[in-house]
Design a binder for this molecule. Sequence first.
Ligand SMILES: *[C@@H]1O[C@H](CO)[C@@H](O)[C@H](O)[C@H]1NC(C)=O
Ligand SMILES: *[C@@H]1O[C@H](CO)[C@@H](O)[C@H](O)[C@H]1NC(C)=O
Length: 456
Amino acid sequence: MGLPLFYALSVLLNLACVAFAESTSSALCSSKFNSKCNSNSSGLYLTLYHPRNPRSPASISDVPISTILSHDEARVKSLELRLFKIPSSRPTSLDRHYDTKSVSDPLSPGGSVGLGNYVTQVAIGTPATSYVMVVDTGSSLSWMQCRPCTVSCHAQAGTVFNPKSSNTYRAITCSTNECKSLRSATLNPSACSSNVCVYQASYGDSSFSVGYLSKDTLSLGSHFAFPNFTYGCGQDNEGLFGKSAGLIGLARNKLSLLSQLAPKLGYAFSYCLPTTKSTGFLSIGSYNNPASFSYTPLVSSSLDDALYFLKLAYISVVGKPIAVPASAYGSIPTIIDSGTVITRLQSDVYTALSKAILATMRGHKRADAYSILDTCFEGKVASTAVAAVALVFDGGATMKLRPENIMISLNNGKLTCLAFAPATSVSIIGNTQQKTFKVVYDVAGKRIGFAASGCR
Ligand SMILES: *[C@@H]1O[C@H](CO)[C@@H](O)[C@H](O)[C@H]1NC(C)=O
Ligand SMILES: *[C@@H]1O[C@H](CO)[C@@H](O)[C@H](O)[C@H]1NC(C)=O
């Protein structure tokens, strides 16, 4: 990742940056935005789209599944590097571009954005303008592409945000607490350009955004405006962000959107990740009907305090726990992640699941592996032929998976594969398995809850 990112940083460090004046007017959803979002007394709801839903405002329906799977592997690799603190090497030839001590540390891999992340719309600035944003539980700092795109902006749906057209925009100076918090939020050091704080958000698949740390009014839904929201105004944005304008971070670091909104809305969020043919929701804050969820404790881990760890107790196939010692499940940590597409399981657990599935599929012809998926069958597999699989978490919370959460149809129906893969060092509950469940991240209550049939 190093080279382009360091180029961007050095360009920004050599530029004077203008801090924009602030006015007192408040922002609401624009009328265009109103149809896409709503809020009610018990929480705030935004519409979520599958990245490959042709009707998504930033659809990537033309990207082949094989590409999505290889980027999924990159996301997992970067999560592993991040958890186990393996720094990426830094191109020393670029050292001469800086003389500041703050950028002399190796860059952290961060998390990969990948192509599996769901998108929603939020509005920024005054007057409020709506933008399509990737939603990521694996990131903390939110950022969006900003004019003048000093180095580079990727193609996005709609026009790029112009901070000069917002009269509530302000750039954040270098001595602020927000600037000092950047290192823990992005895992990269901040820098300073003409006393404006420069952030560097880097993602393991070599995507990155570099720009000015800023504040502006964030509007969610038709009634909720949050002044002084801290986010990155990206001047160099390169990589795999689909056609989105940027990213909103739902991890637990104090600069994340979740943490900034928590005092107003409650320290929780919930979502239903939809299929390519439906829409789901993202709700920030207190949630409806807590009794309808089954819960598992949110586990704290010394590996990373921003990600969401939980404990997988066992997996059952047709009501019977798969044949693997219970200790295998806990032998590596487990996280739940909105942006990983395929669930990764500790390798013995994966092997046992694969065997149990093969035993239920005797009438189907086995096919060669496809990308990271190695339990594959020829042709289409009818949903009725897919065995019942349940993920059971510590405390009894259970996800009774639907056939679409278990098998994935590929190559225009010529191939069907088990949508799980083995993990090396971290087990990840991915979004194929979460699809259509309502999932609540009740951070204040230190628990994660699941309920079936959550999408509208
Ligand atoms: C709020 O909206 C959600 C999602 O549309 C809905 O399920 C819930 O019943 C609503 N609550 C109230 C109080 O209207
Ligand atoms: C936003 O920040 C400005 C400048 O620091 C401050 O004057 C204003 O009171 C803040 N608004 C809110 C609602 O905190």
